[in-house]
Every structure is written in structure tokens, then in C-alpha cells.
Design a protein around this ligand. Sequence first.
Ligand SMILES: [Zn+2]
Length: 259
Amino acid sequence: MPPLFLFLTGSWCYDSLICGPDTWSSQGHCNGKRQSPIDIVTSSVRHNPKLGAVTLTGYNDTKKLLEMKNTGKTVDIELGEGLQLSGPGLPATYTAKAFHLHWGDGVHKPGSEHYINGERYSMELHIVHTKNNTSVSEALKDPQGIAVLAFFVQVRDWGGEGLCTSMLPAGISTKFDGSFSLQDLLGRPELDRYYRYPGSLTTPGCDEVVLWTIFADPILVSEDVVSAAILCKLGFWVVACGLMIPSPQPPHQEGRNKY
Ligand SMILES: [Zn+2]
């Protein structure tokens, strides 16, 4: 008879009492001292004068969004080589590997992972980079091996269904046509307005290897802006169509060491 323990440790999920976030620590994950996500309490944030604008290279290249896949837990977008992140407080140049989204249930149930003063935004976009372009598995061995850029997405006046013409089933991939870049999706964020802290991956094993950069200003989405159509391509239609609704884990300790 297969041991139940092995079944549990290999099976985490977002939306069940059996394998959801409340069970992750009992499965041996996510018990560390610098766990993410957190609630960023702005009154306790400290300004760090040594930090400043991050530098993004290649983000405006329309050929770098390669393939989108519904993994069953998120929508993951693979990125081509050459998208780089550097800046104050980062110990090396980091190379983007992929990005994905966390969401709730449209405008009604916000789904960002990080909180600001106890509140969530509609969605959170994570761009995952590794230090010196190592593989992700190699980066997991380094406490500063991964840098994640996090952007909140706030949905306003969303009708949604009008743009929601197709669904990408779990396990299926689709290629991009080179018509837009990561920069097109992000808009023009203020690259010097962010919160920085050392944390972890937010899914098991919650490895404490991530330098987080969480941009203060959300990407605003409404039906009358072009980014709504882009977000729809990337996965917001998944929200509108209700294909799957991950519930992010609750935040850990209060924010610290912020800029
Ligand atoms: Zn994420």
C-alpha cells in the first residue's frame, strides 16, 4: 500500500482542504524564517537610500514571449534569452526565465499574493529571474539565486466576457505571434518605486532564495485600454471564464527592509 505521506508531500494545491495552503507546512514545506508572500504595512516600511531604479534590458523585444502554458496551477509564459534585470541592492545581473499570474475571481475576489496594508489587488504578475543566467534548479541552492519582479494588476469596470473568446485547457501550450513585448504588457512602471525584501518562493517547497522587488504602482486594467486585450491573451480570460481560480496562501510576517 503506498504510504499516504508520500502522496501528501508530492501533492500540493491551492483550493482544497486536503492539499491547500493551510496544509503546506504540515507537508514539510514553507516553515522558514523568510517566507513569502507578506503583508506590506506601509507605515513600517523603511526607506533605503542605497536603492534606486532597476534597469530592465530587452523587455521591449517582441520576440521574447515564446510560449504560454496552462500548468493546471497557473498560466506560465516562457521567455527567450536576453531579458536582464540589474540595479542597486541586487548582487548580480539576473536573467528572466518566465512569468506567470496569480489571480482570484475577476473583480469580485482579489487574488494578488502580496498584500498592501491588509488589502489585495485583483492580480499579481511575477517575472522570475535567475542570478547570472543559471538554471532554476541551480538557483535554488543560492539564497539570492532568484529575483522576482512583482507587479500588481488592478481591474476596474471589467466586463471581461466580451474579450473572452477562447480558453486554454490545462496542460496545453500555445505560441505567441511576436506582436507584443513584456514592456507592452507592463506599461510604463516607475522603476524606482518598489518594495524590496528577501523572501521565498510562494509554492512548495517555498525555498528561501528570492529577492523580491514589488512595484508600488499597479497596472490598471479596464475595458477601454489596450492592456486589457493583452492581459486577455495572457490569461485574464481564464479568470473571466472561470477555468480555474487559485487561492493564494495568506501572507506571512509584516513587511520589512522596504524601499
Ligand atoms: Zn508567482
